[in-house]
Design a protein. Structure first.
Length: 456
């Protein structure tokens, strides 16, 4: 019987007076625990394991390691899961919670996967990835991105998230600090904590365009700083740093001993004048201290295939490969051949998807303008609008008092059936993230519902 040492145990109401079955367990920041408590209103929640243990007198209690208190389930997935649950009950949910393209993986990539299976590429591969994909990426980065790269510097993983985990495990440990500008992608802080290092969150504001300045970075640096994590284009804000801003940050980094993890997963999804910049290329000496992260999930609508990569100094890449060999052996063989086709094959489907995202972004910005009391820094990339909804805090909407971004998003879902993710999950209170990786018709219905919700 699973039970936890830290956090909350959830029991089913119908088990009252009988040996209880645990329906779920919640650990992590208060915000998330409160979210789960609100979502599962029909379920009894017991705070603290001591209470739970009292209830369990005579029942064997298997405790989790201390590490379990470091990890919270992804709030994005929690909101998406709740949206899915409502859908399964027949509710017409307008789902803008999850960050994945709604397009199917392009045909040529699917065909490549089928060919790979038929050719017998269904076995273990080298732990750090197939040589063909590493070679293709080395050429891509060297020739197209301007980052001279050898195959030995590349690690192919089960998604970019796995590459980030491996990178953090390779360079961070107890006592180290990792600087993370907020708003940040939900997983960064927890992945850092898993290594024993401490996330040092540096707030950026809407007025600053949600960009970390060299001054703020330098103010956060201590002798224990191991890494700065940056993400441009950003999830959740869509903000894209321009080259000069990144150069200024790079110059500041070079005055310290900090390394950089540059998450460039949305590099091919930028709009208008916004241009992606590969951080490691900006100054001599940066590549030696930077780990670049990317992958096929977002650009090629391949979230389910689970292929991402890291480009790092060769000794770091070697350790990440060794680590991966013990953790997962290798990324899925068939998916690697599909990713190879994605990287070297025709790119017209990428252009077509970007065209669609461009139209949706324009529509979303036009509709946000019309939402009462809502502002938004126009996203230069990715497919998110990070909306400032704080002017509605203190109001009663959908029959509930709105106190914060969690109550805003939970109530918008319950009452208007619009699923978004609360800003607090990204380290910034006052906002709601809306993903526009959804067709225009659904966006139109979603904004109609949201507008009605906000008008009370
Ligand atoms: C900023 C950022 N980095 C990394 C990832 C993980 O990508 P993957 O699905 O390839 O693991 C995501 C996915 O949402 C993301 O938004």
């Amino acid at each position: 019987m699973p039970i936890i040492l830290n956090g909350l145990a959830i029991f089913r109401r119908e088990d009252r007076g009988r040996p209880p079955r645990i329906a779920g367990v919640v650990t992590g920041p208060t915000v998330l625990v409160r979210l789960v408590m609100r979502i599962f209103e029909g379920i009894e929640v017991h705070p603290g394991v001591r209470d739970a243990r009292d209830e369990f007198e005579g029942v064997m209690v298997l405790t989790l390691a201390e590490r379990s208190s470091l990890i919270a389930p992804s709030a994005t997935l929690a909101m998406a899961g709740e949206a899915k649950r409502l859908k399964s009950e027949g509710v017409d949910v307008l789902d803008f919670a999850l960050g994945e393209p709604d397009f199917n993986t392009p045909e040529n990539i699917q065909e490549a996967a089928i060919r790979a299976m038929k050719a017998g590429h269904t076995h273990y591969t080298p732990p750090a990835g197939i040589p063909e994909l590493k070679q293709a990426l080395a050429e891509h980065y060297t020739k197209k991105i301007g980052l001279p790269t050898q195959p030995a510097q590349i690690l192919i993983s089960n998604g970019a998230k796995h590459s980030i985990h491996n990178a953090l495990m390779a360079v961070c440990g107890p006592g180290d600090e990792v600087i993370i500008p907020a708003p940040y992608w939900v997983s960064y802080a927890d992945l850092v904590k898993l290594t024993g290092a401490v996330p040092v969150v540096v707030e950026t504001t809407e007025e600053e365009g949600f960009k970390l300045s060299p001054e703020k970075f330098l103010a956060a640096v201590t002798p224990r700083t191991r890494l700065l994590m940056i993400n441009s284009p950003s999830n959740p804000t869509g903000v894209v740093y321009d080259r000069a801003e990144l150069e200024a940050l790079a110059d500041a980094v070079l005055t310290t001993k900090a390394g950089v993890l540059s998450d460039e997963i949305y590099e091919q999804l930028t709009y208008g004048d916004a241009k992606p910049t590969c951080f490691a290329t900006l100054r001599p000496g940066l590549a030696e201290r930077t780990i670049t992260i990317s992958g096929v999930s977002k650009t090629y609508a391949m979230t389910g295939w689970r292929i991402g990569w890291a480009i790092a100094p060769a000794p770091v890449a070697k350790f990440m490969g060794d680590l991966q060999s013990q953790e997962t052996s290798n990324p899925c063989s068939v998916s690697q051949y599909a990713a190879l086709e994605a990287v070297v094959g025709p790119q017209d489907s990428v252009r077509a998807m970007l065209g669609e995202f461009t139209k949706r972004r324009a529509y979303v910005l036009e509709r946000i303008e019309r939402l009462p009391g809502v502002t938004c820094v126009p996203p230069g990339g990715a497919f998110y609008a990070f909306m400032n909804v704080s002017s509605h805090f203190g109001r009663t909407l959908g029959g509930r008092k709105i106190e914060d971004s969690t109550s805003f998003c939970v109530t918008a879902l319950a009452s208007a059936h619009v699923a978004m993710v609360m800003g607090s999950a990204f380290g910034t209170e006052g906002y709601a993230r809306l993903s526009f990786a959804t067709d225009l018709k659904t966006l139109e219905r979603g904004f109609d519902a949201l507008e009605g919700f906000l008008k009370g």
